[in-house]
Design a protein. Structure first.
Length: 113
């Protein structure tokens, strides 16, 4: 959990004391989470997950998908493509492929006119 928390905190440009204030704990507690392998309790994990918009599983290192709910792509036929469980790299590839397909069909439409 420590590496993930530190990465998320730094990505938002936050200091340890700012996360501590959010959780209602002291800065040394956050340092313990990040470097000493201390584990946040369930309530603190929920607060962190909500704050950073990630899943608790992501915080705990059980998945590389930050937020599985954000990885559903709605298609024109109102179907969702559920990409949860895929690594971020694969999700990015799927998103790029969809953009490529859109571009292809836009070009095909231009040639038909």
């Amino acid at each position: 959990m420590g590496e993930r928390l530190k990465e998320l905190r730094e990505d938002k440009g936050l200091k340890q004391h700012e996360i501590a204030d959010i959780l209602g704990v002291g800065r040394p507690t956050i340092a313990g989470y990040e470097t000493k392998g201390k584990q946040a309790d369930h309530d603190k994990l929920k607060i962190l997950a909500d704050y950073f918009n990630v899943s608790i599983d992501y915080l705990l290192g059980r998945t590389d998908v930050k937020n599985p709910d954000n990885h559903k792509i709605e298609t024109k036929s109102s179907r969702n493509l559920n990409l949860s469980g895929l690594p971020n790299e694969a999700i990015e590839e799927v998103e790029k492929y969809i953009e490529l397909i859109k571009l292809k069909y836009r070009q095909d439409d231009k040639h038909k006119k």
